[in-house]
Design a protein around this ligand. Structure first.
Ligand SMILES: [Zn+2]
Length: 240
């Protein structure tokens, strides 16, 4: 985003406003997520921009939904040649049937090898992947929790990995419970670290207020980059 862009919140929409030497207000949505940009003539009042965006909110939301649908990963079939992600890197899948046991492993630098007993169903293959991903994410998270819990000085009553559709993580401030999305194992390590720090900080500070941002800045100065990377993927991290 251009450096002279200012951020305006209209309803629940984040709008980047750029003032320029132009005659009329202009709205555009940028791929891949359909982020909103308004070019405005120099000196345009904020209220004018607000009403301009508000009047187009239905159109904006429809378009953004389309962007979302497009970026959603296609259904996996778990056949040879498919690409599967692990810690931010693509791996090509090789499937070998008629093996002694069902097993998933990494071969070399960029392949997954899935050996299966006889012809097993797609959802069973998916299950093998999920279990493998869960184990790996558990290892990564255990280390991150060990690293961050003493620094942040907050301990959840309970945390666990869960499949979630719309969030990378969540923290219930009152009960002190943290959930981490299984899908995160497909993302780069620094993105996983950001989600851990983010959710653990919510144990101290439930809202995304200045205090929360200050804590993030203190503990993880590069958090904005990780947040942006996560937003580029299938799910959008909490909007704020
Ligand atoms: Zn949050």
């Amino acid at each position: 985003m251009s450096t002279n862009a200012t951020l305006l919140i209209v309803g629940n929409m984040e709008v980047f406003v750029i003032h320029k030497n132009i005659k009329n207000l202009h709205l555009s949505l940028l791929p891949p997520t359909g982020s909103i940009r308004v070019s405005a003539p120099n000196g345009t009042a904020e209220d004018v921009i607000r009403s301009f965006v508000a009047a187009k909110s239905t159109w904006i939301k429809n378009k953004q939904q389309k962007y979302k649908d497009q970026s959603r990963q296609t259904e996996r079939e778990y056949v040879s040649g498919e690409t599967h992600y692990f810690l931010g890197k693509p791996y090509q899948l090789k499937v070998v049937g008629d093996a002694d046991k069902n097993e998933l492993s990494i071969k070399g630098k960029n392949s997954f090898l899935l050996t299966t007993k006889a012809d097993i169903a797609v959802d069973q293959k998916e299950q093998i992947f999920h279990e493998w991903y869960r184990q790996e994410l558990r290892l990564v998270l255990d280390k991150l929790v060990k690293k961050w819990q003493p620094k942040i000085e907050a301990t959840p009553t309970h945390w666990r990995i869960q499949k979630m559709k719309t969030r990378w993580g969540s923290c219930n401030h009152e009960s002190g419970r943290v959930l981490i999305n299984l899908e995160l194992i497909k993302k780069p390590h620094h993105c996983i670290e950001y989600v851990v720090v983010h959710e653990w900080l919510h144990l101290i500070e439930p809202k995304h207020d200045d205090k929360f941002v200050a804590l993030l800045d203190k503990h993880l100065p590069k958090w904005r980059q990780a947040k942006e990377e996560l937003n580029r993927f299938i799910l959008t991290y909490e909007k704020w």
